[in-house]
Design a protein around this ligand. Structure first.
Ligand SMILES: *Cc1c(COP(=O)(O)O)cnc(C)c1O
Length: 403
């Protein structure tokens, strides 16, 4: 055995029927014709021009005019007063929790149905993510939060999943009653609205990602946004190894290097100038798919609560038994036609790193979603023909499985 860090793992047969939550082998994409990917970044000439400008200016590290412009413009677009750009969405989450003062042994309420970074951010600080199930709308179920709160709980960390906002009013009411902070993971929800208002100033802070497949991208990148100036001053200080403004090489907090480069921010400025267009392209894709798929039996199309503006970062749906084939069979059928799909998240409580056989927590809605859910190509660059091809493939699969 190696002397280095060992993986945590377990035998998935332990899960019994719930093994279906763990995706099998990826279907092989047929690359002989046109391939339609789940997501392509949407970059324009301006991005190129701004990056060249950053290079020419030699301001390529973590100071420069693109950084300031990106922070200001992005924060404004999501309805927040302040933004601090960082090198990833994961760093943004970590930084926000650190700046709050989360400590070892503290507990944070996290949805089980999310991407791993939400939970890891908590674990980095020695704190404990307490996983809560979601509702049929994919978002953390506010009715299950209260029973997960203990005297050690410090923060609720909801996620706006796949571009649909979570029920912030209900969550924040619980947080207020128990004197907890709310820090949102908004990595998938650029431009989403809750009760007609931007979501970026909700709770103490929100954390965005600008990874290549996100609605707004800087390649890699992230941002913490908030209306709370005192908090954001700490976030800014921590992201830059907590240099003190009044004295060189003088550090009063445990800081990090999570700085975004001016090069990445140059891409970000070009993207944020197209913010409304990029968000709208995702919504238009969803409207197109909703129309094209509405009569296909056995599909549960993405949620749309009446209080939400869903920006459909990814068009995620569930394949129900009435479809005739399973989610994995549909994925294979589409892969044969050169169409890429992705399964939903594997719930956090079943991840090898977090799974505890002795408690063997069951969160049925998250588990059902990860068994049945997939998302289909969702790029802002999709053409009508490509969307037609995706819709036709799904309809063909439905006919094939019923024949
Ligand atoms: C993408 C994503 C992150 C992580 O962002 P990175 O920029 O990849 O670090 C965190 N949370 C959610 C929900 C995400 O989708």
């Amino acid at each position: 055995m190696s002397k280095f860090l060992q993986p945590r793992d377990y035998d998935i047969t332990t899960l019994g029927k719930r093994q279906k939550c763990i995706p099998g082998k990826e279907p092989v994409l047929n690359r002989s014709g046109e391939v339609i990917q789940v997501c392509d970044p949407d970059l324009d000439d301006k991005a190129l021009k701004y990056v060249s400008k950053a290079v020419t200016s030699t301001w390529i590290s973590s100071r420069g005019s693109f950084l300031t412009a990106f922070e200001t413009k992005f924060a404004e677009k999501v309805g927040a007063s302040f933004g601090v750009a960082v090198n990833s969405g994961t760093s943004a989450l970590y930084l926000a929790l650190a700046a709050y003062g989360l400590e070892e042994g503290d507990e944070v309420i996290v949805p089980s149905f999310t991407m791993i970074s939400t939970a890891f951010a908590v674990t980095y600080l020695g704190a404990i993510p307490v996983f809560v199930d979601c509702s049929e709308n994919y978002q953390i179920n506010p009715e299950l939060i209260e029973q997960a709160i203990t005297p050690k709980t410090k923060i609720i960390m909801p996620v706006h999943i796949y571009g649909h906002p979570c029920d912030s009013d209900a969550i924040e009411a619980i947080a207020e009653k128990h004197n907890l902070a709310v820090i949102y993971d908004a990595a998938e929800a650029h431009g989403a609205l809750y009760k007609e208002k931007p979501i970026g100033n909700r709770g103490l802070a929100s954390c965005y990602s600008f990874y290549g497949n996100k609605i707004i991208t800087t390649g890699e990148g992230g941002m913490v946004v908030s209306d709370n100036k005192e908090f954001m001053d700490i976030v800014r200080n921590l992201k830059d190894v907590s240099f003190s403004p009044e004295r060189h090489f003088w550090h009063k907090r445990l800081g990090y290097n999570f700085r975004m480069t001016n090069l990445a921010a140059a891409v970000g400025v070009a993207q944020v100038e197209r913010f409304d267009e990029l968000v709208q392209a995702h919504i238009s894709n969803a409207e197109y798919y909703n129309e094209g798929l509405k009569n296909v039996k056995g599909l549960r199309l993405p949620p749309q609560e009446e209080w939400a503006k869903n920006v459909y970062w990814m068009y995620g749906m569930s394949v129900l038994p009435e479809f005739g084939g399973t989610r994995d069979e549909l994925r294979k059928f589409m892969a044969d036609k050169g169409i890429e799909t992705r399964t939903f998240f594997v719930p956090m409580h079943l991840q090898p790193y977090y799974f505890k056989p002795e408690t063997d927590k069951k969160l049925p809605v998250s588990e059902k979603l990860s068994e049945q859910g997939l998302y289909i190509p969702s790029s802002s660059t999709l053409t009508a023909q490509q969307k037609d091809k995706v819709i036709e493939a799904i309809k063909d699969a439905s006919k094939f499985f019923h024949s």
